[in-house]
Write a protein that binds this ligand. Structure first.
Ligand code: BG6
Length: 515
């Protein structure tokens, strides 16, 4: 029997039937219902690490709380230090209490969830540990009904991916789609996916020796955020925005990812990564891809990603002088940061998109740590109206997609101030998720873990997207790293160095304020 090819995209619920949205098939109802996740065993490599504690375990707990986890799920942690299952369970409980978004843990739900969690202690390169894992997985199939389906989450340094994948393959724990009937094995890999284009290519090739692309889930947690998913719906489920979504009406686009956070505690990692590899290459380009892409022919995962990759492909190489780097004061004193490091904690870039729709529209991107506030947003700034009626000085329309916090969408426009005089005020139409919907958005990891169990890779980055993103940013980063220009420094709480503001101001435009 052949393994069912994982279906991408969504199912559409009609009154009494579920149909797959496919090319040419028109959904009958706007309620597009996500498929139920399959029974499976989730194996977390790096279960004692930071990501598991802060994100994965709280996400699993919330899925259990919301009744979304498959009843027949088993969770197995794999780590050198996970030798005692009881101790691990106790630590995971502490993690869920500290980091769960509800700030509390329901004892009954937790007890039911944690009863499904076990562990295997071992090094990533130890064949005996994979035999122990194999036995645990067979037990889990018996005890919990996980049906031989395996979802591996590699929450470890990318340098260890090839070792783990090689050992899994050797132990017959990952297998080609279709080779074991209905059973499936999938692998979620964490970013950063490579350090530059060449290393990403090498890593992709190593991963490709063990896994088929259909089994490879490269996570970018921004794609799991409701506000990012909503970009597609906002653009393509409304008639009024798409006709304006081009160079005829749009003056420029600004994308900002500002964090108040400092790097503290992650010095070694961050010093090798910097904001370009940590945020821009992945999170920001994924968001930008959704903003710039053409309409896909269906919501099928590959159709969406085909369009996204084409948009990233159309990004023009960044011209000299169009990228600004900065480092916050104090970064060099963070533990793990090399003396005199040139790693940027702030970057601003101006770029262009070489295609029909966006020709002539500059795109400004900026991301930074230690900024004035936390603010991730996309601002679509429209062209000015002709001045002959109201004179100069009217502010342009701006549509802001507020990714986080205060998730929402705001349209800024001009309006007459009541009174005899003709005064023009600048007002807002504002949609806040917290007011518009009763249901609170879940954490991105909740959605992405479920999608892994469903076999839906729509919200994961494909190999060609990663490659194109590196193609664009690699020369910018390498140029800076090999250069000798002094590093612009900014005080924490300032929104990057003055050079970042100058990048946009020299074009007669300005960054939106960070709220
Ligand atoms: C991670 C980066 O991928 O994203 C972190 O490694 C960053 O440095 C984080 O702080 C931001 O995520 P979010 O969801 O808080 O915007």
């Amino acid at each position: 029997m052949q393994e069912e090819t994982p279906k991408q995209g969504f199912d559409t619920m009609t009154d009494n039937a579920t149909i797959q949205v496919q090319n040419g098939e028109v959904p009958e109802s706007p309620n597009i219902k996500a498929r139920k996740p399959d029974p499976c065993a989730l194996v977390i490599f790096g279960i004692t690490g930071d990501l598991a504690k802060r994100k994965l375990i709280p996400a699993l707990y919330h899925l259990a709380l919301g009744g979304s986890l498959p009843e027949d799920l088993a969770v197995i942690g794999f780590s050198r230090s996970a030798s005692d299952a009881e101790e691990l369970r106790a630590n995971l409980y502490e993690a869920a209490k500290s980091f769960s978004r509800s700030k509390s843990v329901d004892p009954e739900i937790w007890a039911r969830f944690i009863a499904r969690v076990d562990c295997v202690a071992g090094g990533a390169d130890d064949p005996a540990a994979y035999q122990a894992l194999k036995e645990k997985l067979a037990e889990a199939d018996e005890k919990f009904g996980s049906k031989g389906n395996r979802l591996y989450y590699l929450s470890v340094a990318p340098s260890i991916f090839p070792t783990i994948l090689g050992r899994l393959k050797e132990a017959d724990l990952v297998f080609e789609p279709g080779s074991k009937g209905q059973r499936w094995s999938r692998v979620i890999v964490e970013k950063p996916f490579g350090h530059d284009r060449a290393s990403a290519h090498e890593l992709n090739s190593l991963v490709g020796q063990v896994l088929d692309e259909r089994q490879t889930y490269r996570i970018d947690h921004y794609l799991g955020k409701e506000t990012v998913q909503n970009i597609l719906t906002f653009r393509f489920a409304n008639t009024i925005f798409e006709p304006l979504w081009n160079n005829k009406y749009i003056d420029h686009i600004q994308v900002t990812a500002a964090e108040e956070l400092l790097v503290s505690g992650r010095g070694t990692f961050y010093d090798q990564t910097g904001v370009g590899r940590d945020i821009i290459q992945n999170h920001l380009l994924q968001v930008l891809g959704l903003i710039l892409m053409e309409p896909p022919v269906s919501l099928d995962g590959d159709h969406v990603r085909d369009q996204k990759v084409q948009a990233i492909q159309a990004l023009r190489s960044v011209a000299e002088g169009d990228a600004v780097f900065g480092q916050y004061e104090g970064f060099l004193q963070v533990d793990g940061v090399a003396p005199g490091s040139r790693t940027p904690t702030y970057m601003a870039i101006k770029t262009w998109v070489d295609n029909w729709r966006w020709s002539g529209v500059p795109i400004y991107l900026r991301a930074g740590k230690a900024m004035e506030g936390r603010d991730t947003e996309v601002a679509i700034v429209f062209k000015e109206v002709p001045s002959y009626l109201f004179g100069q000085g009217l502010k342009p329309n701006v549509l802001v997609l507020q990714i986080q916090p205060n998730e929402g969408i705001t349209l800024h426009f001009s309006s007459k101030v009541p009174g005899d005089d003709l005064n023009i005020g600048y007002v807002e139409m504002d949609m806040k998720y917290s007011q518009a919907f009763e249901r609170k958005p879940g954490d991105a990891y909740e959605r992405l873990l479920l999608d892994g169990m469903r076999g839906d890779s729509t919200l994961f980055a494909r190999r060609d997207e990663i490659d194109e993103a590196w193609r664009w940013i690699d020369p910018v980063l390498k140029g800076w790293e090999s250069g000798t220009t002094p590093m612009p420094v900014y005080a924490p709480g300032q929104n990057g160095p003055a050079e970042g503001d100058a990048l946009i101001e020299r074009d007669g435009r300005s960054w939106r304020s960070i709220e």
